[in-house]
Design a protein around this ligand. Structure first.
Ligand SMILES: *Cc1c(COP(=O)(O)O)cnc(C)c1O
Length: 362
């Protein structure tokens, strides 16, 4: 064994060495329906005025460290309750990391329903925190009894509830969420990454509790390239999380571009509304194929289940047709035989449907 390898084995913690790096497939040449991106760009005149705006940005200067203009705009457009504030992250992934860094400890559990968003578990692992995944019921609803039992047993420092949930697409029941918040001494993070497609939110209910924060991102709204997430919460909580934030985490181009985009929110809203309508059209057409089970979605993606053991073949046939979606079947459990498709443009959806038809009949 080389010296370098020995040193790495000695110093890099075993759980990190044993991790597979988060794999993002190369999508060049594919119709990309794997990552919940908004497929639409902006009209040419909007692009022009955005570029004009960017000309005024000082790349030689550090960004506004507090990003106050952007925060105020987000507080308005996201209807953050009076007296509440927002904390910005380089994507909501960074906010998850900041929250967990602030509470971390080898005896402090992180809890989330499963299947769920993978970063909760991964970041808990990076920080050496025990992670508790509680299985959803067969219909992807919260198993209230199992959640309450796990909360009593592990006393989690943080519970993550994605609303709607990724990768299942459903909204959890309000009464179940209420029971979980009431039973929890730790912080409950309601992750509303898909808020734009869901029509429901905990934002206005947050002040009824002293242990609830609401996380949003602009990624799924159509600005995934900017990397901007926000945590809405009581200033007392946010002040603590802000202490572990690296200075200048939101760069000048993101600050300027996000401000510009929020001032043209109508463009993004029209796109997300179109995607929400097309989600229903696509779901219905998929159901008519009969060969797959299509789960209801309140997000910009659709989870579906193939006949037993067929998911890999369907996924590969789609790839041969140059359509890239997400194969979740290897996660097993409730995701056995499951694939997830992001809603694209009508043309992309039609290409996906055509490829799915041939996959099923081949
Ligand atoms: C996509 C996603 C995020 C991460 O969003 P970024 O802001 O792009 O980091 C967070 N939570 C859920 C449930 C997601 O699906």
């Amino acid at each position: 064994m080389s010296d370098r390898k020995q040193k790495i084995d000695k110093w890099v913690r075993r759980p990190i060495r044993e991790l597979a790096a988060y794999h993002v497939p190369d999508a060049s040449g594919f119709i990309k329906l794997d990552a919940m991106e908004n497929p639409y760009t902006w009209p040419a005149e909007i692009v022009e005025s955005w570029l004009t705006q960017l000309r005024t940005v000082s790349l030689n200067r550090y960004p506004d460290p507090a990003a106050n203009d952007l925060k105020q705009l987000l507080i308005q457009t996201m209807h953050v309750p009076a007296g509440y504030d927002v904390l910005l992250g380089n994507g909501s992934d960074e906010l998850i990391q900041m929250i967990l860094m602030a509470v971390s400890g080898a005896d402090r559990a992180v809890l989330a329903p499963e299947p769920g968003f993978v970063m909760y578990k991964m970041i808990a692992g990076f920080l050496n925190m025990p992670y508790v995944g509680v299985a959803l019921r067969d219909d992807f609803s919260l198993d209230r009894a199992a959640m309450l039992q796990a909360i009593a047993q592990h006393q989690p420092a943080v519970i993550f509830l994605a609303y709607p949930n990724n990768p299942t697409g459903n909204l959890f029941d309000d009464a179940d969420i209420n029971a979980i918040i009431a039973a929890s001494d730790g912080l409950v993070v309601i992750d509303e990454a898909y808020h734009a497609f869901a029509g429901r939110t905990w934002m206005q209910r947050m002040p009824e509790y002293d242990n609830v924060v609401v996380m949003r991102t602009v990624s799924k709204m159509g600005l995934a390239g900017l990397r901007l997430g926000l945590l809405a919460g009581h200033p007392d909580w946010l002040r603590e999380f802000d202490k572990v934030r690296l200075p200048y985490n939101i760069n000048v181009l993101t600050q300027a571009s996000a401000k510009f985009a929020l001032q043209h929110q109508a463009v993004l809203d029209a796109q997300t509304q179109q995607l929400t309508r097309d989600r229903e059209l696509l779901s219905n057409e998929m159901r008519q194929l009969k060969a797959v089970e299509v789960f209801p979605s309140q997000a910009n993606f659709i989870l579906f289940r193939t006949a037993p053991g067929k998911a890999d073949a369907v996924f590969q046939t789609l790839k041969q047709h140059k359509v890239l979606i997400k194969n979740l079947s290897h996660a097993g459990g409730l995701l056995r035989d499951c694939l997830r498709v992001t809603v694209g443009t009508p043309d992309e959806n039609a290409a996906f449907l055509g490829a799915l038809r041939s996959a099923i009949h081949s």
